[in-house]
Ligand binder design. Structure first.
Ligand SMILES: [Zn+2]
Length: 136
């Protein structure tokens, strides 16, 4: 397997998907902002303003972004915020998609492995294996 290609694929995927239906376990959920034009999200207001300056010129960032919950599941090369759709609300739980279940499992494994001194890049690579189920 070509690792570099896989990292690039995962980065592409992370940049494309940006919104997850369920929070990833063991990753802190933060208050953030989501772009309503694309799926970009961040925990920092100023970063959202920069995003609009760069990507959506002519739009008012404060009108076209909404407060939302965000998570930052990756720490290495893939670092970036993802918007979390459903954060513990009343009502029936939405069924987790297979790839999301895989992601949670892979993430739990990665967290447990942390004691064995894996680097963030290693952790990202392991999480990516869960993403591959979604990409392919
Ligand atoms: Zn946007």
């Amino acid at each position: 397997m070509n690792e570099t290609k896989t990292v690039n694929e995962a980065r592409l995927w992370v940049n494309t998907v940006r919104v997850i239906q369920m929070p990833v376990e063991k990753v802190s959920i933060e208050d953030g902002f989501g772009c309503t034009i694309c799926q970009y999200s961040t925990s920092v207001k100023g970063t959202m303003r920069n995003h609009f300056n760069k990507k959506h010129q002519g739009f008012c960032w404060s009108k076209s972004s909404i407060p939302c919950k965000v998570q930052c599941p990756f720490q290495g090369q893939l670092k970036g915020y993802m918007q979390v759709k459903d954060v513990i609300e009343d009502g029936p739980e939405p069924a987790m998609e297979a790839w999301e279940t895989l992601l949670n499992t892979a993430f739990n494994d990665a967290v447990e492995d942390e004691e064995r001194e894996h680097s963030y890049e290693d952790q990202d690579l392991r999480l990516m294996n869960a993403f591959i189920a979604k990409i392919r």
